[in-house]
Ligand binder design. Sequence first.
Ligand SMILES: *Cc1c(COP(=O)(O)O)cnc(C)c1O
Length: 330
Amino acid sequence: MASSFGSVFCGTQAVARYREGAWSPAVLEPLAPLALHPGAHGLHYGSSCFEGLKAYRHADGSVHVFRLDRHVARMQASADVLCLPKPGTEQLTEMVLSVVDAVRDEIPALPGALYIRPLLLGTLESVGAAGSPSTDAMLVVMTCPVGDYFAGGIRPLRIALEERRGRAAPGFGCVKTGSNYAAALRPVLHAKKAWKADQVLFCPDGDVQETGAANFLLIQEGAVHTKPLDDTILHGITRASVLELAPSLGLRVDESPLTVDELMSRSTDAEAALSGTAAVLTPVGTLIRGGYDHAVGNGQMGPVTKKLRESLMAIQSGEAPDTFGWLRRV
Ligand SMILES: *Cc1c(COP(=O)(O)O)cnc(C)c1O
C-alpha cells in the first residue's frame, strides 16, 4: 500500500453539535479542519471517544456497512462512561450512512474498503471543568479509503507479554477513548526497541487480556479460547463475529479466563491471532516472555486462523451469504 492505513481521507465529513441539551441536525460538508475553542473540554480532560468500522463495495457495485448497529451501540456505551452527551441511535446511524453515500465513488474495490471513523469530543469551553462533565459536544464522521491491509503478504506478529501493568485504567478498558492508546504507547515502543516486537499483550497479574488495539484469541483442538468480556478489555465486534461464526465451522467457543502460564504451555501446539476491524484476524507467530522468543505452533499462520479469517471476509465482501444479517446496504 502506498500510504499507511488511515492517513488518506475522503472528501466529505458529517458534523453535529450538542448544545443546551440537544443535538443539532448533522451537516454534510467538505472535509476541513474543525473550528474548536482552545479551551474545549476534550482537548484538556480527555472527554473523547471514537469508533472504527468498515464499508465494503461488493462485486455488483453495492456498498455495505459491517455491523453498524453494534458500533453505534458501542459509541453510546463509551459516551456513557465518559459522561459525554450521547448521540442518538438514529442520528449516528444516519450520519454514517449519509457520509458513506456521499463518498461512495471513493470506496476502493475489494480487498480494499472504506474505513469509517466517528469521533465524539467534549467541547464545553472551560478549563475550569476538570471535575465536571462536558455539557457540549461535537460528533464528526470521517472516512478513509483503505487498501489491502496485508498487501505485502501476511507476516505473523511478534507479541511481547507485559505481565505487570494493564492497558487501561480500571473500568476504562472497554471504552474506545483516546487516552487508553496514549497510555499504551510507552510499553509498545519499549518492546519494539528491546525485542523487535510488533505489539504488547497486556496480562496484568497473569490475566491474558488484549493488545493495544486488538483482542487476543488462542485456537487449539477445535476451540477458540478468549477471555470473557469485562471492563478490562474492549468489546471487539470482530471478536464477537469470530465467536458467532466459529460453530458454523465446527469450532467450539471457550470464553473463560486464560492465564499466562496456560498460554505458554498450550501455545507450542496451538494457533493464536489478534482480532480487530483494521486487519480482521492477524496471526501471532511468536510470544516474547521475559525477553525470550517462544514460537506459537510452527510460527506461521495456522489453518484454523486462515479459515476463520477467510470465512469472515467472505461475508464482508459479499462472496458468502450474509446469514447473520451483519451487513447494512447503503
Ligand atoms: C477497536 C479495538 C479492538 C477491536 O474492536 P473491533 O470492534 O473488532 O474493531 C480491540 N481492542 C481495542 C483496545 C480496540 O481499541
